[in-house]
Design a protein around this ligand. Sequence first.
Ligand code: NIG
Ligand code: FE
Length: 414
Amino acid sequence: MSQLIVDSNSWQLLITKVNLATMTEGSSGYGEITDAALAIAGGKIAWLGKEADLPEYNKNSVEVIDGNGQWITPGLVDCHTHLVYGGDRANEFEMRLEGKSYEEIANAGGGIVSTVSATRKASEKALFDSALKRLSALHHQGVTTIEIKSGYGLDVDNEIKMLKVAGLLAKALPVSIQRTFLGAHALPVEYKGKPDEYIDLVCHEMLTKVAKEQLADAVDVFCEGIGFSAEQTERVFACAQKHGLPVKVHAEQLSNLGGTVLAAKYNALSSDHIEFLDEAGIIAMKKANMTAVLLPGAFYFLRETQLPPIDLLRKHQVSMAIATDANPGSSPINNIQLMLNMACTLFRLTPAEALAGVTCNGAKALGLASSKGQLAVGYDADIACWDIKQPAELCYQFGVNPLTQLFKAGKRVI
Ligand code: NIG
Ligand code: FE
């Protein structure tokens, strides 16, 4: 397979002697091309194929990199994170080890709302500095695109503060950032007993401002017993739709409230967690072309026992993405390579499915399927080079980082 869209004389960079995991086949394989080369022009992939099929190119104007038999994948996509927050929840980790459950802690005024008070107190700079460390860790593992949610501000000013910090991070590191407004993450203490009034605030003041100032690319809701009901979730979705913003949902993590079916009605990008999702929900996802975002870090850290319905997702060919869910409460894990391993060991995904989860399917979950997450002509040249002998190694081991080079829009950034 070889493709040419731009004149090879305009190539700027050519990587030779590599193997490509193109990830163009969804979850069904790596889309391997061995003994390959890949050319970049104008920040996009301009050519890729067997090196033996390389067309003539201008040797004076192209920088050639010898890939030395390494593997290249698309830059990784972490499509679900809560990377911006104040404080930490190490004390709750300790409480859980002393016997309290995640839900008990949340119901006793801990959990998400305790991060809310730390986030409200934190300055923009403090939030930026702590999130930058986390983003940098992920970036050094090959992440070139990430989603970051609000949801620890829970009032107009603090939700906007979080989204602005997320925007500033995109200027600090060469990572594309998609922002998600998650005002309906938890009920703030000042609205105790008044969840519908809080949803009014989310829909009217918060969403209106977020949309007007173009601070978010999507809208999320935590639809759960310790979050919001399906009716409240639907009110937020209807408002998001009015503002032309796509929706997604945290759903079916601890119980099944029907959040996924509801999200499908609004043509959501994804439903995330979904341990308790049933077949009807999966059929609804398929019809709406939604992506299932699996979060093995939260499953592991909360010691969940209910596995997400992987076989049914396969049966109905729902695309599966994998993400860190990096957050202080349920997944304090800033490690996408570990997620690849856990997706395989805990959820029994194949390595090819797991890698698709952080490339093509991660991009699809963010509505970026036509520009990111695949090695294909015309796609953004966000490219990771790995010192591995076969793609499965990316899932097999963690702790030694095999990333050797990272390109963002065709420029070498690591
Ligand atoms: O994705 N489920 C809701 N939200 C986060 C948890 C956030 C927290 O505990 O701070 C999640 O797991
Ligand atoms: Fe989450």
